[in-house]
Design a binder for this molecule. Structure first.
Ligand SMILES: Nc1ncnc2c1ncn2[C@@H]1O[C@H](COP(=O)(O)OP(=O)(O)OP(=O)(O)O)[C@@H](O)[C@H]1O
Length: 268
């Protein structure tokens, strides 16, 4: 299949020379007779934000679940920090996963805990920090996302946008090397979507790290992307810098990024 690749970016489906924090090698995944991932390979650029775009049902969330070790590929390798996560013990996989921050669609907050306790949870579970140290980190993270005034609220007492920001604060609390976002914009109005995208960019600028953002929202992709990855029919068909992607001549990439009804992409 396609396409252009920005200079210096490894072509999908080719063996890379350099090591990256997240390397996906020729993974396949079937659910029953549905072959969802079909030999997908990609090296995500380190210390950059990559957005993963692609039509509905094409396997974006399934890819993300492979990266965090929630799904095992039928074939191929998922390498994180240089380790094939399915060739190590469950305990080692769990240790690797601790280096990830994940923001799921709904923020995945615990409904029974207030916002402060939700954000403190990973520190209490995975570290032996004192409550004073935890308070300092939690409050600084909540300030960063503008939620320092909502610490006593329950998740169902705040808006969807606030829940996402709380989920983001929690995803960052262990100072992860990698942060994964599954449709951070879902269910948000355009203004809150824009504000959340700007927040993602700001936090990345401040702390660095490898961010992977799955989204359908082209304005979000334009705001946050250093790199753009496009999945179609279970394969990575484009990976390149954002300028190259948004200026692409490729009919598929153009149609997808412009949201045009006319082009090679149909309803199937
Ligand atoms: N655990 C599962 N069991 C069976 N089928 C699954 C499972 N997880 C995902 N699928 C199927 O895999 C396909 C790809 O799903 P996925 O959620 O990755 O799509 P997506 O590209 O993220 O789509 P969207 O943009 O609509 O969220 C879908 O047809 C989905 O129904």
């Amino acid at each position: 299949m396609l396409l252009e690749h920005a200079s210096g970016v490894a072509a999908p489906n080719a063996a890379p020379a350099a090591e990256h924090t997240i390397e996906i090698r020729d993974i396949h995944k079937k659910f029953g007779s549905s072959h969802i991932l079909r030999g997908l390979s990609v090296d995500f650029k380190d210390d950059a934000i990559t957005t993963v775009l692609g039509p509905s049902g094409t396997g974006k969330s399934v890819l993300l679940k492979h990266i965090v070790g929630l799904l095992e590929p039928d074939a191929g390798e998922v390498r994180v920090f240089g380790t094939d996560i399915w060739r190590v013990s469950e305990i080692e996989r769990y240790e690797l996963r601790k280096r990830f921050g994940v923001l799921f669609q709904d923020g995945a907050l615990f409904g029974s805990m207030n916002i402060y306790d939700n954000v403190a949870f990973p520190l209490r579970k995975h570290t032996d920090k004192s409550e004073d140290e935890i308070r300092e980190i939690v409050m600084s993270n909540l300030q960063e996302v503008g939620l320092e005034g909502a610490i006593h609220k329950a998740p169902n007492e705040i808006s969807g946008g606030m829940r996402k920001r709380a989920g983001f604060a929690r995803a960052l609390v262990m100072r992860p090397d990698v942060v994964l976002f599954d449709e951070p914009d879902s269910g948000l109005d355009p203004v809150r979507t824009k504000l959340l995208s700007q927040l993602i960019s700001q936090v990345h600028q401040e702390h660095g790290g490898t961010y992977i953002v799955i989204t359908h929202d082209i304005p979000t992709a334009r705001t946050v992307s250093d790199y753009v990855a496009v999945i179609w029919k279970g394969q990575m068909v484009h990976y390149g810098d954002a300028d190259g992607a948004f200026g692409s001549d490729d009919p598929f990439v153009r149609q997808f990024l412009a949201g045009d009804a006319v082009g090679p992409l149909g309803m199937d």
